[in-house]
Design a protein around this ligand. Structure first.
Ligand SMILES: NC(=O)C1=CN([C@@H]2O[C@H](COP(=O)(O)OP(=O)(O)OC[C@H]3O[C@@H](n4cnc5c(N)ncnc54)[C@H](OP(=O)(O)O)[C@@H]3O)[C@@H](O)[C@H]2O)C=CC1
Ligand SMILES: O=CCCC(=O)O
Length: 305
């Protein structure tokens, strides 16, 4: 099966590599085109633009940073929309909000002139949103959890590829439900990371061993893979990015907007978002999201927000 892949960041690179390892023919594109070379060494071919990839492949997957990137790759010059059409499927696995997924799927009205912007469906293509739970390592190991919604026929056609990328796929119904589920999950995760950071600080300040706290947590009712994986690295001050902090803050922001739309009060998540924003303002955005611990500790850093 020939699959296109747009976006070779931390996740996209691992996912495209997995597809190649499982015998898929993969045509890749990345904004910074040099990043395609590693995949070429594994057997991929390169498309010069998103449109060129879609022209070549029946199915094209995208894994991009945020709503603005997801929209740009579809609607800008040389974008997906120029070549999507009958018999072609587009699968966006980026974490975005429901409104972004809807815009990619269906025509929408833009600007004061009320211009109608055509989208994938109007061009005759099929669209599935399929954000994922799981980070760099699960992406490398094909152990993601896929939260899909949209065109059920395209979803069914993609199941073999989803089975390579993940350990479980959920089909959640209409477009937007995948994005919403992903944002709820990541909102909980962001609050948990802040809570862990506060706990580690408190243990330290009151004379307990933070490592012993991790050992205690791991044996009790709130044991979880995230605390187990990230906790020891946080105590070492090691924040090699698996899930960049800037993306976690984007997800908190989008989840809080979803809370606004649904009149759900989320003071815990709002507070967690403030700490992630602070971390970005201190230049920690490109580090792993666990670097929020540095803010809770009262330290800072330098680099790109
Ligand atoms: N890392 C993780 O653990 C997880 C991440 N996610 C989500 O997956 C998505 C990708 O994450 P991740 O791989 O970590 O992110 P990275 O920051 O590593 O990669 C982002 C990708 O988006 C591309 N990109 C950014 N802006 C644009 C643009 N304007 N036009 C075209 N391409 C653009 C980048 O291209 P370039 O190389 O040129 O910068 C790169 O390929 C995000 O939505 C994230 O929230 C979901 C689950 C886990
Ligand atoms: O969006 C990123 C999720 C990271 C994870 O699920 O471990």
């Amino acid at each position: 099966m020939e699959v296109g892949f747009l976006g070779l960041g931390i996740m996209g690179k691992a996912m495209a590599t997995n597809l190649l390892r499982h015998g898929y023919r993969v045509t890749v594109w990345n904004r910074t085109i040099a990043k395609c070379q590693e995949l070429v060494a594994l057997g991929a071919t390169v498309g010069e633009t998103p449109a060129a990839v879609v022209a070549k492949c029946r199915y094209t997957i995208a894994m991009l940073s945020d709503p603005s990137a997801a929209l740009s790759v579809v609607f800008d010059k040389d974008g997906v929309l120029e070549q999507i059409g009958d018999g072609k499927g587009y699968i966006d696995m980026s974490t975005v909000d429901a409104a972004t997924s809807s815009k990619i799927s269906e025509s929408y009205v833009m600007g004061k002139g009320r211009m109608i912007v055509e989208a994938v469906k109007q061009k005759g293509g099929a669209f599935v949103e399929a954000p994922v739970s799981g980070s760099k390592k699960p992406a490398e190991d094909g152990q993601l959890v896929i939260l899909a919604a949209g065109d059920k026929t395209l979803y069914d056609e993609m199941v073999p590829a989803f089975d390579v990328l993940g350990k479980k796929s959920f089909f959640l119904g209409e477009i937007g439900n995948g994005a919403k589920m992903k944002l709820v999950v990541n909102m909980i995760m962001g609050s948990m990371m802040n809570s862990l950071s506060e706990g580690l600080c408190l243990a330290d300040k009151c004379g307990l061993s933070p490592q012993t706290l991790l050992d205690v947590l791991d044996l009790g009712a709130i044991a979880n893979p995230m605390f187990k994986l990230k906790g020891p690295a946080m105590l070492q001050g090691s924040y090699n990015p698996a899930f960049p902090l800037k993306h976690q803050q984007k997800d908190m922001r989008l989840a809080l907007a979803l809370g606004d739309e649904n009149a759900v009060s989320m003071p815990v998540s709002a507070a967690a978002n403030e700490v992630f924003k602070k971390a970005r303002s201190l230049g920690l955005g490109d580090l792993d999201f666990s670097a929020v611990y540095e803010v809770v500790k009262g330290a800072g850093g330098s680099g790109q927000a």
